[in-house]
Ligand binder design. Structure first.
Ligand SMILES: Cc1cc2nc3c(=O)[nH]c(=O)nc-3n(C[C@H](O)[C@H](O)[C@H](O)COP(=O)(O)OP(=O)(O)OC[C@H]3O[C@@H](n4cnc5c(N)ncnc54)[C@H](O)[C@@H]3O)c2cc1C
Length: 536
């Protein structure tokens, strides 16, 4: 029997925190806990109470459609802080009326046809790991809602070893995808933190960022062609290694967040599994020095596969450091050649920028298909914390705290002042809603020759009954600060419903009109995910 997904939070049942993880968490978050808050127990299925579904399912689709409360509650939200709070509060607002899990692409087309006839909305659902309200039904639309879960489209259909590419169904979750590629000694090497419970189609639809931190950062780089089913029919782009033939069709689906069609499968560019690895940890007195050392690494064309900059407080929070130094974690890997040479140059650059550095050196060992590098110490502890973080987040939320993350990207010329301004605005907003004293930390998740992606984490005391209102005020303030400083509304978490205000400021008005026009062609009734990216 398969593992049971948690319907109220991240991941799987029975994979919560171990006793030692609980202790380590308590030590770190104790200063922020409001003693009057009673830790919330997770809801049980028997506590789910939803309004009756407003849609009947036609006989032809009945075998794979559910009107069951458990399935509907599990598909009501994604996995953001706000989603977990609402589930812990036992409030499932605007649940889907039906959860459809089509067995194949024809089934997806049948769902769209049925929903269109029934005047319903369809929300494409991959892993459901959205943290921006991307799989949630709109509040201001009275139409019945069908959540279209692609869980059965979960196979690698074909592997082209010569070109190093594979045709993969959109509902395939990260671990299944890598497991099916392993016999061919190939890997997609796309590892978002949500890898365990997010899907290829979701990655493409949200332009996901993997945790290889330079060069191939987003899923965009790996898409060779896509196929999508829309209310107006189905289309597929041509498989090409590159093309200058006008605007690329794939680009329209990348980041389309379910509004322009349901992605059913894609040809993806693959890589040989790396076996040579080497890594080093740079230690710095200031975050700025560490960030500028990371800039030097990528501007030198070294392309580290891991290049994270952790602020001292974040290093302490994740157990990667003791909080006295800012860390630069740099890792290199290759399937073809030893990587000691770029590592040695990276070490020099760290020292040139005021850091100290103890390289672990190179190694050669079989890849475990999970993006691990061969480093130990700080890098290992950080990686383990990174993968377990979602389970920690849910526990922190249960304890009554606010635990929010947001991320952006900015060019280097504006970097220093930008990070300071965003942090200040975040802290002021937290103070204004009484969520204080709080911890606001920053790390760089991705670095580019022309800029970086700062990622902020908030741990703050929450009001026993008003956490969502506090979150709303802080979220608005952070989005405004990011926009004021010229950063993007999101580097990889997507737009969904939560980032709409920031995204609306960022994109040119004429582009928004072009997007609406494209939507009208494939989905004139605004059947698919209305309110995400654009309004009906
Ligand atoms: C703990 C945690 C860590 C995360 N870490 C990262 C990270 O490191 N990098 C990152 O990029 N993101 C991260 N995310 C955000 C999220 O995992 C990504 O946005 C991911 O790409 C969503 O994939 P999914 O399959 O879960 O999509 P879902 O959440 O199911 O859907 C996301 C959006 O895509 C649409 N969609 C889904 N499948 C399809 C399809 N087949 N066709 C058309 N539209 C579709 C949905 O309608 C929705 O708008 C994280 C989330 C969590 C909870």
């Amino acid at each position: 029997m398969g593992r049971l997904r948690r319907f109220w939070g991240w991941g799987y049942e029975h994979e919560g925190l171990s006793a030692s993880e609980q202790r380590s968490l308590a030590e770190r978050v104790q200063p922020f806990i409001d003693a009057s808050f009673v830790a919330r127990e997770p809801p049980t299925p028997s506590e789910i109470s939803l309004p009756a579904p407003r849609l009947d399912v036609p006989d032809a689709l009945a075998a794979w459609c559910s009107r069951d409360d458990f399935a509907r509650a599990g598909h009501t939200y994604g996995k953001s802080f706000r989603d977990v709070v609402r589930s812990l509060d036992r409030t499932w607002e605007h649940p889907p009326d039906v959860v459809a899990s089509p067995p194949d692409e024809a089934g997806v087309a049948a769902v769209l046809e049925w929903a269109s006839d029934a005047g319903a909305i369809v929300i494409p659902y991959g892993g459901g790991s959205s943290v921006v309200g991307g799989v949630e039904a709109p509040r201001d639309d009275d139409r019945p809602v069908v959540s279209c879960d692609l869980e059965h489209l979960n196979k690698v259909l074909e592997v082209d070893r010569v070109s190093r590419a594979a045709l993969i169904q959109a509902g395939t979750l990260g671990p299944d995808l890598e497991a099916q590629l392993r016999p061919f000694d190939l890997t997609l090497r796309h590892f978002p933190q949500s890898f365990e419970v997010s899907s290829l189609g979701g990655w493409i639809a949200t332009r996901a960022g993997g945790h290889f931190a330079s060069l191939h950062t987003h899923i965009d780089d790996f898409v060779e062609s896509v196929r999508a089913v829309t209310p107006a029919g189905q289309w597929e782009s041509r498989r090409l290694p590159g093309s200058g033939a006008g605007p690329a069709p794939d680009r329209l689906m990348l980041g389309s967040e379910g509004i322009l069609g349901v992605i059913t499968q894609a040809w993806m560019r693959l890589q040989d599994r790396p076996t040579f690895r080497a890594s080093a940890v740079g230690r710095f007195a200031t975050f700025g020095e560490a960030a500028h050392a990371a800039k030097a690494l990528v501007q030198a064309g070294l392309w580290p596969s891991n290049c994270r900059v952790l602020e001292a407080a974040e290093a302490w929070m994740t157990g990667a450091g003791d909080g006295s130094e800012h860390l630069l974690l740099a890792g290199f890997e290759s399937a073809d050649h030893p990587v000691e040479v770029p590592l040695a140059r990276a070490t020099e650059l760290v020292r040139d920028h005021g850091g100290t550095c103890a390289p672990k050196g190179g190694s050669s060992r079989p890849d475990e298909g999970d993006g691990k590098d061969a480093s130990d110490g700080a890098a290992d502890r950080w990686r383990s914390a990174f993968l377990r973080a979602p389970y920690f987040r849910d526990e922190i939320v249960r304890l009554g705290l606010i635990n929010e993350t947001f991320e952006t990207a900015i060019t280097w010329d504006r970097f220093d002042g930008f990070v300071d301004d965003v942090r200040r605005a975040t802290e002021e907003a937290l103070q204004s809603v009484g969520a204080w004293p709080a911890l606001v930390t920053c790390r760089l998740t991705h670095v580019y020759p022309d800029g970086a992606a700062p990622y902020f984490t908030i741990v703050a005391p929450g009001h026993p009954t008003g956490r969502l209102e506090q979150w709303r005020v802080v979220k608005t303030a952070t989005m405004e600060a990011v926009n004021r400083g010229g950063g993007t509304a999101t580097h990889h978490h997507a737009v969904g419903r939560d980032h709409r205000p920031g995204y609306d400021c960022e994109r040119p008005d004429l582009f928004a009109a072009q997007l609406r026009a494209a939507k009208r062609v494939v989905d004139p009734s605004f059947l698919l995910n209305p309110g995400v990216l654009i309004d009906p």
